[in-house]
Design a binder for this molecule. Structure first.
Ligand code: ZN
Length: 341
């Protein structure tokens, strides 16, 4: 029997933080939630006490209600103490969104990995055309391009800026925050160089989007690295988290804090193995990413979800292609198709 999503998972905190409020989850570690205007309606951010001030991990979307909540927090729970450090786990707008805005107020630099900074800077400055061409070559029908076009420019709107100068995080770095050492663990697959933070003394992992309790992190191929195999990168990255103790308290970017890291890692690995088997099965005839997207996602997708679903379908196709289980051809319309060997 494959493991079920909830096997071995417990949620030790039953109360969610209200707007501009926090919940203490470990000594000097506070949980806050900010709204997101999507089907996934919130993100968790973390405040760490740091030498008379605060270290912030992830920042929320660049939207007026989120900015107002930050202002309320700074005057309230944060007692007007300075923000000395802003750590961003990865480039996605709900994480990086307000980092530049907060950093400008605080007069501090943003800490992130070079891989995330590079992609953020690129997406922030480029237009929509490369993405549209990419999706067209993977079989997305013209009727859906209106959706993609509205989606394409949202990164620039949802992110307050991308730092040109930043503090670079690398795998294995130790950060001293509020009297504790936190180790950077790089994960791949969800984003190019995602930074999670682990504190052995507290037994706490800030897992970002790399490990989530109730949804599986998005794993997609994008136009800036069309041949990538992020499924294999993601599965390889899970190994790094298997070394952490079984009782680790995981503080994810979405959903509730949980224990049960190892069962969750096992579920994530089996989930992608199942998806790969499903995709392989569906490729008895030559299939495009758009065909496979319909196999993987039977529900109606909104304009925000559609590009992610396309990217996810291609991620599983590229993985099977690179494992030598699918061949890739180009049809007369110039569209990529994949078929079982
Ligand atoms: Zn993300």
């Amino acid at each position: 029997m494959p493991p079920r999503a909830t096997d071995g998972i417990s949620h030790p905190f039953t109360t969610l933080p209200g707007p501009a409020q926090t919940v203490a989850v470990a000594p000097g570690v506070f949980w806050l939630r900010m709204p997101l205007p999507f089907a996934l309606n919130h993100i968790n951010l973390w405040l760490l006490e740091d030498d008379g001030g605060w270290c912030i991990v992830d920042t929320g979307l660049n939207h007026a209600p989120v900015r107002e909540l930050w202002t309320a927090l700074q005057g309230g729970f944060m007692r007007g103490l300075p923000i000395g450090r802003i750590i961003v786990t990865h480039y996605h707008p709900d994480h990086l969104g307000l980092a530049a805005w907060l950093a400008a107020q605080a007069g501090c630099r943003i800490s992130m990995t070079a891989g995330e900074q590079q992609v953020a800077a690129r997406i922030f400055s480029e237009g929509n055309q490369l993405r549209v061409d990419f999706f067209r070559r993977h079989g997305l029908g013209e009727e859906l391009f209106a959706d993609i076009a509205t989606w394409g420019m949202s990164y620039r709107r949802n992110v307050s800026g991308v730092p040109a100068d930043f503090i670079r995080l690398q795998h294995g770095d130790q950060l001293r925050i509020g009297g504790n050492d936190w180790r950077i663990i790089i994960g791949r697959g969800h984003s190019p160089e995602h930074a999670a933070l682990y504190c052995p003394a507290l037994g706490v992992l800030l897992s970002g989007d790399q490990i989530l309790p109730t949804i599986t992190p998005h794993i997609g191929v994008w136009h800036f690295e069309p041949e990538a195999d992020p499924v294999s990168r993601f599965l390889d990255s899970l190994e790094r988290f298997r070394e952490l103790p079984a009782q680790t308290l995981v503080l994810p970017a979405h959903g509730k804090p949980f224990t049960g890291l190892h069962p969750r890692l096992a579920f994530l690995a089996s989930h992608h193995a199942e998806r790969l088997a499903e995709v392989l099965q569906a490729c008895a005839e030559p299939r495009s990413s758009a065909d496979i997207m319909k196999v993987l996602f039977s529900r109606r997708l909104d304009s925000q979800q559609l590009p992610f679903a396309m990217g996810e379908a291609l991620a599983h196709l590229n993985c099977l292609h690179q494992r030598g289980e699918l061949v890739r051809t180009v049809d007369e319309a110039g569209c990529f198709r994949f078929q079982r060997c």
